[in-house]
Design a protein. Structure first.
Length: 650
């Protein structure tokens, strides 16, 4: 789930050809991303390679008296490509991309603890003939595990510069900058490594022998822990236990922080209402902007805690074990472990999950995974789930040793994962599951304590992304919704004519909301959603969620504030149907909440996801299929959930 451009600012794909361009190459888990971040700092940008959809990460650095471009290439174990990411790696090195020459020089990052395997990749790179510097990482870990390597001898054996760097600690970065300055004078091997596989293996062994290389002992703690975590039975039990604890933590620890944030925005909205004389301006600022956006920002503690836990699990090395364990499960859907990594990325957002399918060798696997990724429970659903589960389950309710709210949340994430697997199986079945089996290589890094810097960067970047959405898409949506809820204007005479006391703010707000443009829109789509138990207020929330799922929370917050400005939280819980056969009955009953939860679990309410599927597939066919099948599935499953819950509730 890591992104090589974790500090990246949005940018285009164009590269400044006036600056010397050095590319970082290496295998996954070799520390390449840490080195890229340490070199570029906050000067990295993201974009796409010309003519293709694969992302590129480019940063600028100052070394000596001039600037350089540093490009982080997709991680790969070999230059024999079997996936789009790996093909891009080869095309960049060979200068086959539209309008782009090969990099001026290469920084090849290798893990000292797996140097024997890495030398095969190094041999392929050196045969390209580009100026190359070898960057060796994790030498500290190799020493602790009784390994041995003479870097000076390694440099002599390879015939290229060698630099020792510990990227997560920043050690060796200054020495690497000094080498970058000297790139035009880097020596090259007198003879390139042999291309024949057997001869290349012999070459690698001679290099290792000359460098006095002794492979590190296997990590004893890693061996013992993996005996449990990779076991088919015990590993699965531990995985489920970790996930349950994960969501219990999100609810338990974030609740007090959420209360503080809610109180802050409530007080701020009250100050605006008190000190701004113009009622319309006070409503726009207090209800639409502060109230609407604040209703979503209340969930920032949950979002940050979610990504903190994910980052810790990934940094410690558990995520690769989970992917290996789930490879057996993925096989039942006709997929492989790399697809699990893509689906796991969708816990943050479906967009990086869909982009991560580029690592899959099979086009059929990529398509099946793309069609399934939106079903994984992304962070945008978290505020909706927290709100609805809070209405459904009392915080004090416990099921055995666990809080009921946390278990319901775990159930929603499990529903998303099972649904995604099922969807992938169906699309893979429709696409014909026959075809050659392609290799799946996954490295199990030793368990490590992640650096605080990398964890904070991951959490901070996720929080910034969420806040950016709140100040753009959600802000525009909430302001638009406030206007729809408060228009058309009603005169005092009109209010009195309908039996509404103009001096009663609560009664006026309720009348205006019930006779607003928003109410009209909600009633317009009522025939679609009436069987699910939704009324016009829920309907406009569902419609507004098409821009971003989080706006559903802001919508209900504004509707509640419109009906009872003094106690919007109480108004939400006490809402009743305003018309129809259920008029006067409670709105948020268990069957209705269950239908809402399930609808949000399945519906594709994110136009950005539709856009990324179009970009990845090169047309509108598959995004329209995804939107259509997920919307229909959401309605059917929500209806089933409402019906079953109503029967169980008696």
């Amino acid at each position: 789930m890591k992104d090589a451009g974790c500090h990246a600012e949005a940018g285009g794909g164009a590269v400044d050809t006036a600056l010397p361009r050095l590319a970082l190459a290496g295998s996954p888990n070799a520390g390449k991303t840490s080195i890229f971040n340490a070199l570029t700092g906050l000067h990295a940008k993201t974009g796409n390679y010309p003519g293709v959809t694969v992302s590129r990460f480019v940063g600028t650095i100052q070394a000596g008296d001039r600037r350089y471009l540093i490009e982080d290439l997709p991680g790969t174990y070999s230059l024999d490509p079997i996936s789009p990411d790996e093909q891009i790696m080869v095309d960049v090195l060979d200068g086959r991309l539209d309008g782009e020459a090969p990099p001026d020089a290469l920084l090849v990052v290798v893990d000292a603890t797996t140097l024997r395997r890495s030398l095969r990749f190094v041999a392929q790179v050196l045969r390209r003939g580009l100026p190359t510097c070898l960057v060796v990482t994790f030498t500290d870990e190799m020493t602790v595990r009784q390994g041995q390597l003479d870097l000076s001898a390694l440099q002599q054996a390879l015939g290229v510069p060698v630099v020792r760097v510990l990227g997560n600690r920043g050690q060796g970065i200054d020495q690497l900058r000094e080498q970058i300055v000297r790139w035009p004078t880097w020596p090259t091997p007198a003879l390139p490594p042999p291309a024949d596989a057997a001869e290349a293996d012999a070459w690698a062994e001679s290099v290792l022998s000359f460098a006095g290389y002794r492979a590190p002992e296997r990590h004893r703690i890693t061996q013992r822990v993996d005996a449990v975590l990779l076991h088919p039975l015990w590993g699965t039990i531990v995985f489920l236990a970790v996930m349950v604890a994960f969501f219990q933590t999100v609810f338990t620890l974030a609740a007090p922080l959420q209360g503080y944030v809610e109180s802050f925005f409530g007080g701020l909205s009250g100050l605006v209402t008190t000190h701004v004389g113009n009622p319309w301006l006070a409503g726009l600022l207090g209800d639409a902007i502060i109230g609407g956006i604040g209703a979503v920002l209340v969930f920032v503690p949950q979002i940050m805690l979610l990504f903190l836990l994910i980052s810790l699990l990934e940094g410690v090395g558990y995520m690769s074990r989970a992917a290996f364990l789930m490879d057996r499960v993925m096989a039942r859907a006709g997929l492989e472990g790399r697809a699990f990594v893509a689906l796991l990325s969708s816990f943050a957002c479906a967009i990086p999950g869909i982009m991560a399918t580029r690592t899959l060798p099979s086009a059929k696997d990529r398509l099946a995974t793309m069609m399934a990724a939106p079903l994984m429970t992304c962070s945008a659903r978290l505020p909706v789930y927290v709100l609805l589960i809070g209405l459904l389950v009392d915080p004090s309710t416990r099921w055995g040793p666990f809080g009921a709210q946390g278990l319901v949340m775990f159930g929603m994430y499990l529903l998303g994962a099972v649904s995604a697997m099922t969807a992938a199986w169906v699309f893979k079945k429709l696409g014909d599951r026959t075809g050659p089996l392609l290799p799946f290589y996954m490295e199990m890094p030793p368990y490590r304590i992640p650096s605080a810097r990398s964890v904070l960067i991951a959490v901070g970047d996720s929080a910034k992304s969420f806040l950016r959405k709140c100040t753009t898409i959600i802000a525009v949506t909430t302001v638009s919704l406030w206007l729809l809820l408060n228009l058309p204007l009603h005169s005092t005479a009109d209010l009195r004519a309908h039996g509404v006391d103009p001096g009663n703010d609560t009664a006026v707000s309720a009348y205006v909301a019930d006779h607003s443009y928003a109410a009209g829109l909600g009633h317009l789509v009522a025939p679609v959603f009436d069987p699910l138990g939704f009324d016009w207020r829920i309907n406009i929330g569902v419609l507004s969620a098409q821009s971003a799922r989080e706006t559903f929370v802001a919508t209900l917050g504004q509707v509640a504030a419109a009906e009872n400005p003094d106690e919007p939280s109480t108004a939400l819980k006490e809402m009743t149907y305003t018309d129809g056969p259920h008029a006067g009955q409670p709105l948020f009953t268990a069957p209705t909440i269950a239908a809402l939860l399930v609808y949000f679990a399945f519906a594709l309410q994110c136009m950005a996801t539709v856009g990324i599927i179009r970009r990845e597939t090169g047309g509108w066919k598959w995004p329209l299929i995804a939107f259509g099948y997920l919307t229909a599935l959401a309605w059917i499953m929500a209806y089933a959930a409402r019906t079953i819950t109503a029967i169980l509730a008696g």
